[in-house]
Design a protein around this ligand. Structure first.
Ligand SMILES: Nc1ncnc2c1ncn2[C@@H]1O[C@H](COP(=O)(O)OP(=O)(O)O)[C@@H](O)[C@H]1O
Ligand SMILES: [Mg+2]
Length: 221
């Protein structure tokens, strides 16, 4: 489903050149739950951002469902991102001025859908993460674990085939982290959603189908 072929990423500034990814070859199957581990700065977020079309490789290929993504123009990329990808970040990235349900609705705004339909789908996504009783709250009225569950609801509301999660439990204590992990495991099992998750937690990585380790931009396992 997702293939990375001879993928390289070099960041250049006027004074320094950083090789963030060095010849990555990776093939991720539909329905797979893959975790990525490695020390800080080894290229994990860069890899996830390239898979999520938020950043471009310097060389190499990204193929999703048989289509080479570099052939897409920016409009096609935005459409693809909106319809097929869900993102979850360590720091939640919720919009503070919007209520919980309005945050979750956001990815649907770009689809042809009535406001009532959006609301119904957002509420149903919130129900699936156990937050039916928080729809009208605002992000600052929630615990970290609840915020991340809102972010998951927002990531899944459009029924993406792929979820990209960058240290989704990194800011959570172990109880809340486990709750978030359970939701991701259930989503993978029940909806066959492909998940790629960056984590620092060996236990969580061991609950997934496969673990890839990066070191200095190279794949070491
Ligand atoms: N926008 C950028 N410009 C320059 N260097 C960057 C940029 N983003 C990341 N890097 C560098 O690329 C390397 C990999 O970063 P990153 O993918 O964020 O690592 P990780 O997520 O594993 O901590 C680091 O050395 C980082 O400093
Ligand atoms: Mg990172």
């Amino acid at each position: 489903m997702i293939q990375l072929q001879n993928l390289n990423k070099v960041y250049r500034t006027s004074t320094i050149e950083t090789t963030a990814l060095n010849d990555i070859n990776l093939s991720i199957d539909k329905g797979e739950f893959l975790s990525i581990m490695g020390p800080s700065g080894c290229g994990k977020s860069t890899l996830l951002n390239i898979m999520g079309l938020l950043d471009e490789p310097s060389s190499g290929k990204l193929v999703i469902n048989g289509q080479q993504i570099s052939d897409y123009n920016s409009k096609a990329m935005a459409k693809y991102r909106n319809q097929h990808l869900g993102f979850i970040f360590q720091s939640f990235h919720l919009i503070p001025d919007l209520s919980v349900v309005d945050n979750v609705e956001l990815p649907l705004i770009y689809r042809k859908m009535s406001a009532a339909q959006r609301k119904t789908l957002a509420k149903s996504a919130l129900e699936s993460v156990g937050l039916s009783n928080r729809v009208d709250h605002y992000p600052n009225q929630l615990s970290g674990g609840q915020k991340q569950r809102v972010a998951i609801a927002r990531a899944i509301v459009g029924e993406p085939s792929i979820i990209l999660a960058d240290e989704p439990t990194g800011n959570l204590d172990s109880v809340m982290g486990n709750e978030v992990m359970e939701i991701l495991l259930r989503l993978n099992k029940e909806k066959q959603t492909t998940i790629v998750m960056v984590t620092h937690d060996e236990n969580m990585a061991n609950m997934t189908h496969r673990l890839v380790r990066l070191y200095d931009g190279s794949q070491v396992q």
